[in-house]
Design a protein around this ligand. Sequence first.
Ligand code: SF4
Length: 150
Amino acid sequence: PGAPILVSACLAGRACAYDGNHRARERVLALVREGRAVLVCPEAEGGLGIPRPPAETVGGDGNDVLSGRARVLTDAGDDVTPQYLAGARIAVERARAAGCRLAILKARSPSCGCGAVFDGTFSRTLREGNGVTAAALLREGIEVVTDEEL
Ligand code: SF4
């Protein structure tokens, strides 16, 4: 098989999204069939349930969360920053262990989004920035693309 690629588990068909559904993409399913996909769901593996309330980074993006300048809050105002940070650590460790140099992540997620994420107002408004896990992977020098760029 070709080089291993870290992928958002929901894109590989796992029903781990906040609403309990998957977000399967044929290009990612093909990587699974080829044995190249390394799955991670930072939110579920970081300790959040399935389903779970929607969350957004508030006060900045995932980079700011990693730096302690922003938090991740649910739409009810609960602070889930520790779970997001734990999930990002798990993703980085898994990518490192598998030797992944590339990650294909779900666009706009507060964990997995890259380039644009929701702005913390829960109004479906986008801002420039990255999710917490995407930011952590980029800091490791791992290339990140979203499913919408495939
Ligand atoms: Fe998919 Fe990432 Fe959200 Fe998990 S955290 S459901 S992998 S977008």
